[in-house]
Design a protein around this ligand. Structure first.
Ligand code: ZN
Length: 92
């Protein structure tokens, strides 16, 4: 699953028509697991964390890939977190 941040919203691009979301990653604290069903070329939005799930044939996928900021999948706060901390200290 690819995830991107675009205009303050998180988008996940998925191949499956059945997805689940637990709110993990992107600084979210998580929520009860939520199961979503997409239509082909469609979109679903998690009612807990407002994450957008786009089927890979959704018309916005190319725009999200082009302009969005990639988010590490799996909620792994390893290298990306260290990088973010370095950026923070540079700003400060
Ligand atoms: Zn969610």
């Amino acid at each position: 699953m690819e995830r991107y941040l675009l205009d303050g919203e998180e988008f996940a691009i998925v191949d499956s028509l059945y997805v689940s979301c637990d709110g993990n990653g992107a600084g979210a604290l998580g929520h009860p697991i939520e199961y979503l069903t997409l239509e082909r070329g469609g979109e679903a939005v998690c009612k807990y964390c407002d994450r957008h799930f786009l089927h890979h044939s959704h018309p916005r996928v190319s725009d999200v890939r082009a302009r969005g900021e990639p988010v590490d999948s799996g909620g792994d706060l390893g290298p990306r977190s260290a990088e973010a901390l370095a950026q923070d200290s540079q700003v400060a």
